[in-house]
Design a protein around this ligand. Sequence first.
Ligand code: NOJ
Length: 530
Amino acid sequence: MQPCPRQDRPWWSDAVCYQVYIRSFADSNADGVGDLAGIISRLGYLELLGVDALWITPCYRSPMADHGYDVADPRDIDPLFGDLAVFDALVAAAHQHGLRLIIDLVPNHTSDQHEWFQAALTAAPGSPERARYVFRHGQGDKGDLPPNNWPSQFGGPAWTRITEPDGQPGQWYLHLFAPQQPDLNWDNPEVRADLEKTLRFWLDRGVDGFRIDVAHGIAKPPGLPSYAPNEFGPFDDRSRRRDIRFDCDRVHDVHRMIRSVVNKYNDRVLVGEIWVTDDERFSRYLRPDELHLGFNFRLTKAGFDADEIRAAIEHSMDAVKAVGAMPTWTLSNHDVERPVSRFGGGELGTRRARALALVELALPGVIFIYNGEELGLPSVELPDDALRDPMWERSGHTHRGRDAHRVPVPWEGGAPNYGFTEAASAWLPMPADWAGLTVEAQLEDADSTLSLFRHALEIRGTHPGFTGERLEWYGAPKGCFAYRRPGTTLVCALNASSDPVPLPPGEVLITSGPLTTDGLLPADTAVWLA
Ligand code: NOJ
């Protein structure tokens, strides 16, 4: 495929998107939790950082059992985060700052407090109210065994038994996540019609796109078959071969429906959360009548190893080539460990995270940066009594969950809250030693991780080498790699070995850390040259 000039391609084809985990970004009303007005107050920062768009996590009405991924009303804003007027103000303000706004869409499940689910609880088995969800009778003489053996992603079984209106133990409902997140029945036309309504509601308010939660899990396999014995490992083992709960062929009908609604609006983008590792199956989500983009999580899993990182990049490129889509790149999000910690923490982890960031930011396609990644924040070891993720309770305190990666952004000043909130404490405690990691401190330091991101994004946005959709690999010493954007002189090289190596030819544009005194590329360092 011929690279086409930037202006002829959709805005998102090489965009840099910034993920705002709302609870942890900026608190405007001193309740310790980030909110929409907080985001508005920090848009100037995002413009300065040099991103093109933001993706905000769910802000719909929610009891917050899974911090907003349990939606009680998909067409209203939760008072914790603001209201519809503040939402409209955010859309307008983002656009004034030249930023597009992508919002999260949660079609797989609702909250158990959604009026539909409440109605289902008081209705009879087999009723239209129950048919919007996945209710089944239990197994065994008394129906007291779950309908199948599926686990929930947060630990424990994926089924909860309800008490019927007559006070007797009754049917079971499916929840792939927490019991407060009942799965919807996507064979039900009412469910589809309601999502169409939700899509139009937000599109009409001016959002630029949707990030689709659990895009690979919305449709369930016919008959809801049990896993074969030993088919799955511990509940957080994502390496299991093929998980029958996810990636069912019928899911593509849902995405076609969503696309057909979005196609009626100009310039809107759909990006799916797709935890599917088979390249060909991944590509199916990005066929021309489905989603525009899919999160490919391979780089969140790769170790700091040249071969592993290169393989992750090649797979991600291959997975989109056949369907003519653009790849996406993500090093972290609110569900996975932050790169600094994943690569060993401290100075070593920071050096490696910075190097991988440069490798990522030179790639063709769409970049997602998770709030705090540009500050080099680590994941944080929190005390047991601070943990809020439902995984902690559901796993019987065997899995600490994702709170470590969700600690609020430090903006300025000192402990305890670094300008994130004026409340006595933030919803998750912030470490006492983050004064050097604040936005304020890093803006003043030319060697900071924030300065590295700003500089790299500026080059990415202005240098003519950032063009086209492909890359070519160069010969490189063992433990290293180098790639070029074809048709240009732009080269990105990574040294993941333990010894300094000579630089590829070219003029150095940026490095993730200082070169050696004799001009070599040190271990754990990346460079761009042209
Ligand atoms: C994926 C989201 O990223 C995660 O935070 C959430 O818990 C699950 N989907 C369930 O909605």
